[in-house]
Design a protein around this ligand. Structure first.
Ligand SMILES: Cc1cc2nc3c(=O)[nH]c(=O)nc-3n(C[C@H](O)[C@H](O)[C@H](O)COP(=O)(O)O)c2cc1C
Length: 358
């Protein structure tokens, strides 16, 4: 029934749909629901400790016995630069004052660590069927260990050059992430945000450039988008934003309300929330401090000084400092349990494909 069976055969799942890993926005519950409905459930581990990632995987394994994807960031870690941090706090000082927060109070550093030897040991212990990376691939020795554990490796490319690099360096599957996508751009060979192609332009050019299967990501939120991805030569889709309003997601109540109101022109690409460009629904911080600011410390350190602001504003029911990561098709999303949504996505895609064939 599906025009391309490569992912179904490789992953041994029912639907060519990857529920996108979304760090900070979902945990085991949503992964389980998507997996039970036949998609590839993806556990985002970028914000988790080794123990927490193990705990989450144990919960998933107890509830479903289908292949699962564990997802990690693999950026080059840079130390926080005290001078930049001080300048950033200065830039945010009026907000601290407004919300009555002591700028000298100690607070936790942002915690997005790249994939390392300890996480790699966890992969060897848990042997997830699939491991996906964002921001390139880990170093050769770590990647060799992931592959020796039997995992299929995927990573995101935002331009053709990155897709070719990923294939040459061991990725088994490329996720072509178009500019429409919510969350961080997976870019690692370029930092040119203005040049990032959209999904419609990127997918066929990546398909032409590599031999491995390509998964389309970015702006796909219903059956029409899935059918279009197949027409462009993709072997499947990775869908993020459409899952954000599922009751199983970890999105806070005020953020949920902001997402429900968002439309096609509500999102921007910003570096102010973490130091790395990501797409989200524009909020006060993105508008007033950015959306792009040269003052933002390097990833992930920009997030450190924003954390107390986010917490204080959310207590007041405001999302002024919340990472409202979401893509340009966020307006197509609806409030629906994740398993039901997964089945609806697949059903409407098949109906659309049949209609187009017939
Ligand atoms: C809230 C949110 C968080 C995300 N976090 C991650 C992540 O932790 N790892 C990752 O590989 N991609 C992450 N992404 C990007 C998705 O994998 C995917 O590329 C994107 O959601 C596709 O576009 P869409 O949101 O239009 O469906 C995130 C996206 C969103 C919306």
């Amino acid at each position: 029934m599906w025009p391309d069976r490569r992912l179904l055969d490789l992953f041994k799942i029912e639907l060519p749909i990857v529920q996108a890993p979304m760090a900070g926005a979902l945990d085991a519950e949503l992964v389980i629901a998507a997996a039970q409905a036949g998609a590839l459930g993806s556990l985002p581990c970028a914000l988790l400790s080794v123990d927490k990632a193990r705990e989450q995987m144990n919960i998933i394994r107890q509830r479903v016995s289908v292949p699962i994807n564990m997802n990690f960031f693999c950026h080059q870690a840079v130390d926080a630069d005290p001078r930049r941090e001080a300048g950033w706090k200065q830039r945010l000082a009026p907000y601290y004052k407004e919300l009555g927060i002591d700028p000298l109070a100690p607070f936790n550093a942002a915690n997005r660590a790249p994939f390392d030897a300890a996480m790699c040991a966890l992969i060897e212990e848990l042997e997830p069927e699939i491991v996906s990376f964002h921001f390139g691939l880990p170093d050769r020795a770590l990647l060799a260990r992931v592959k020796a554990a039997g995992c299929i490796v995927m990573s995101s490319a935002t331009i053709v050059k990155e897709a070719i690099w990923l294939e040459e360096n061991g990725a088994d599957i490329i996720i072509a992430q178009g500019a429409e996508a919510g969350g961080h751009r997976g870019m690692f060979l370029t930092d040119d945000i203005a040049g990032q192609p959209g999904t419609f332009a990127l997918v066929p050019q990546v398909v032409d450039a590599v031999k491995v299967p390509v998964i389309a990501a970015g702006g796909i939120a219903d059956g029409r988008g899935i059918a279009a991805a197949f027409a462009l030569g993709a072997a499947g889709v990775q869908i993020g934003s459409a899952y954000l309003r599922c009751p199983e997601s970890g999105v806070s109540v005020p953020a949920r309300a902001a997402l429900a109101q968002a439309g096609d022109a509500s999102t921007v690409i910003t570096n102010v929330m973490t130091g790395r460009p990501a797409r989200g629904v524009a909020n006060r911080a993105m508008r007033e401090v950015g959306p792009i600011s040269a003052d933002a410390p390097a990833f992930p350190h920009a997030a450190t000084a924003l954390a107390p602001l986010k917490a204080a504003a959310e207590k007041l029911g405001r999302v002024d400092f919340t990472n409202l990561w979401a893509g340009q098709a966020v307006g197509l999303g609806c409030e629906m349990p994740a398993a039901e949504l997964t089945r609806a996505l697949a059903g409407s895609a098949l109906a659309r494909l049949a209609q187009m064939a017939g």
